[in-house]
Structures are given as structure tokens and as C-alpha cells.
Design a protein around this ligand. Structure first.
Ligand SMILES: [Zn+2]
Length: 362
């Protein structure tokens, strides 16, 4: 469970326009505002409304016991059908008659419920947490499975940023066929001009980053091979080599002194394998490599280039969409303009000129 923020009451709640008689007329509008307020999520189980079921309007204080609050905006919340059915008129209270259901608009549920990342299970940390879990049956198997899956996806997203974890499995193939169909339409000159424009702009934008990446990898690898001094600086400074990890696939990081020349003979080969595997658009990794190996500094104002590398990632790995925003739960499509491409070219040009200026004077 998580905390939500209550939106101001919609205008039609003012002057008591919403009441028993007008309820049906306003119901749809109320749901729309509630959906916006909790990002289309059931406020108790966080199920996506619309995907796993229809939205229902829930009452924190049940209508049967608190008829005065039946049409009060602050008492309404978005529930999925399952949570609505589990709750019905339940409203447990403690010995002082204080409500025992967590109000996700008034308090932080994490004080009352803990989440086990391994099992996906919720555990009550207080009487309130236990009551809420039990009333809404928050450990129902499909929710537990979903929480475990989300946890795994978060881990994958952290470790393998190139995988689009936002994409649900049903749309993976759909996205592929959409891409192929766009390419076919363009080949046959039957394209939609807007799609073509977006496609070309995205491609040009990504290609600026590719050009930068190609320069960085070529200059790095060629300078390394040409000058043994740099090879040595690289080997002695590369973090992986000093951590005692394997220096090649055969795990020969430990060798007898009698083998030192054998390893030395292979050092260029070992290093080339390593530097070829580096993603040269990963500037945060590449920057210290250039500094330690060649004593080359990257310019300070690299913010826009870093940002552009992320956008290129969206273009290449997410079909031009941003990551899903945690708050709004939506992804937006990049609309790259020609002027943005020009700005990027200037930035990348400036960056590479600074690096090249330092590389060639040595
Ligand atoms: Zn629910």
C-alpha cells in the first residue's frame, strides 16, 4: 500500500449538488476525478483499474453506518471490484472507537504494513495494519504474485537498463510488428508523413550519439595499441583489474611468477577484449578511463550530452518512449525536433573536439 494525496473537491461537489438523487448523474464524473487522483489504481491493493477490473467508488466510512458522509468528497476513494467486494460495510474500530482501516489519504501505510520483497507478502506492523490486510484480503494470491513480479522487474531494470521492463509481455510482439510495418511502409513510400518525420528525427538523434561512441571507442583502442605507455596506464588503473577479478575468460588472474612473461605476451589481447566490450556511450564509465589512461579531461558541462544518451536509449530500446513515470504511470513519446538535433550536434562536436585536442598533442 502507499500514500495518496487528495485532490480538491470537484466543483460539482460545492453547494451539495451531489446527493442521493443526483448520484447516478455524477457517478461517471466522480470516477474520472478519483482515477486521476490515484493514477488509475485501487487505493488499497494498487491494482490497475481498467486492466484488472472496473472502477468502483468506495466509502471510507461506510454509507450504512455514516449516511451523512455518503456524498462527502473526502470520504470517497477508488476501489477495484475485488477490494470493494471484500470491504462491503466492514469498518473495524478499536476500543476507543477509532477506525482500524488505514486511510491512504491521511497516513503513510508503511507505518502499519511491511512488505517482504522475497515472498511478496504483506505483514501488519500494527492493529491497523492487520485489520486492513484482513478486510481487503491484501495477501490474495494474484496480488502477492504481482508484487513479486514487480520486485523482480525492478531488479532487472537496475541491472540491465537496456531491457524495457515497462513493456508487458503481450505488447512485445506487437511492438516488433509495428516497427517492421513502419519500415515496410517507408520502403514502399506509403508512409504517414508524421510517422516518417518522427522516425527520421529519432534516427538522426540516435546517430549523433553513435558517432560520438564510435569516435571514443576507436581513439581509445587505437591509442592504446600504438603506445605501450598507455597500455600500462590502462592495466594499472582499470578498476576491474585491481579488484582481483579475472583478467580473461580462462580465469587466469592468479599466475605463478614463472608464467609472468606468458601473461605479458598476451596482455594486449586481454586488454583489447576488455576495451572492446565497453559501452562507449556509458560516459560515466568512460570518463575515468580516459583520465587514468591518457590524462584526458572531459569538459565540465556534459549535462546535456548525458541527457541525450538517455534519450537515445529510449529511442533504440523503448521505441521512442520514455520510461513509465512512477507517479503518472504513463510513458510519453519523444518528439525530437530538428533544432534539438542541431543543438545536440553542437554539444557533441564541442565535447569530441575537446577530447581530440588533448589526444593528438601527445
Ligand atoms: Zn483493490
Amino acid at each position: 500500500m502507499k500514500r495518496f494525496i487528495r485532490m480538491p473537491s470537484p466543483i460539482f461537489f460545492h453547494e451539495n449538488l451531489v446527493n442521493e438523487k443526483t448520484w447516478d448523474r455524477y457517478k461517471r464524473k466522480i470516477i474520472e476525478v478519483l482515477e486521476e487522483q490515484s493514477f488509475n489504481e485501487c487505493v488499497y491493493c494498487e491494482s490497475k483499474i481498467g486492466i484488472s477490473g472496473l472502477a468502483t467508488i468506495g466509502h471510507y466510512y461506510p454509507k450504512s453506518q455514516f449516511p451523512d458522509l455518503a456524498y462527502s468528497w473526502d470520504n470517497l476513494l477508488l476501489l477495484c471490484q475485488a477490494c470493494s467486494a471484500f470491504k462491503r460495510d466492514s469498518f473495524p474500530v478499536d476500543e476507543n472507537s477509532s477506525p482500524l482501516l488505514i486511510d491512504p489519504f491521511a497516513e503513510d501505510p508503511s507505518f502499519h504494513i511491511s512488505f517482504d520483497e522475497e515472498t511478496g507478502l504483506y505483514t501488519g506492523l500494527s492493529e491497523k495494519g492487520n485489520a486492513t490486510i484482513s478486510v481487503f484480503n491484501l495477501n490474495r494470491p494474484n496480488l502477492v504474485a504481482k508484487r513479486k513480479e514487480d520486485q523482480l522487474l525492478m531488479m532487472i531494470a537496475e541491472r540491465y537498463p537496456q531491457i524495457d521492463t515497462d513493456l508487458n509481455i503481450e505488447s512485445v510482439f506487437g511492438e516488433f510488428t509495428q516497427n517492421i510495418s513502419n519500415i515496410t511502409l517507408m520502403m514502399d513510400n506509403k508512409y504517414d508523413i508524421k510517422i516518417l518525420d518522427r522516425f527520421i528525427n529519432n534516427m538522426l538523434y540516435a546517430n549523433v550519439i553513435t558517432a560520438m561512441e564510435t569516435y571514443l571507442s576507436n581513439i581509445f583502442i587505437k591509442s592504446l595499441i600504438k603506445n605501450e605507455k598507455y597500455l600500462r596506464s590502462f592495466v594499472e588503473s582499470y578498476p576491474k583489474y585491481s579488484k582481483g577479478e579475472s583478467i580473461d575468460q580462462e580465469n587466469t588472474q592468479k599466475f605463478k611468477l614463472s608464467e609472468v612473461f606468458k601473461v605479458y605476451d598476451k596482455i594486449t589481447e586481454i586488454v583489447i577484449d576488455e576495451v572492446m566490450s565497453v559501452m562507449y556511450h556509458n560516459l560515466k564509465k568512460v570518463k575515468p578511463m580516459f583520465k587514468a589512461t591518457f590524462d584526458v579531461d572531459f569538459p565540465n558541462d556534459m549535462g546535456e550530452v548525458y541527457k541525450a544518451v538517455e534519450i537515445r536509449h529510449d529511442i533504440v530500446h523503448r521505441n521512442g518512449y520514455t520510461k513509465i513515470d512512477k507517479k503518472t504511470k504513463t510513458a510519453t513519446q519523444h518528439e525530437i525536433t530538428k533544432s534539438e538535433i542541431k543543438t545536440l550536434i553542437e554539444k557533441v562536436n564541442g565535447f569530441i573536439s575537446v577530447v581530440n585536442g588533448q589526444m593528438i598533442i601527445r
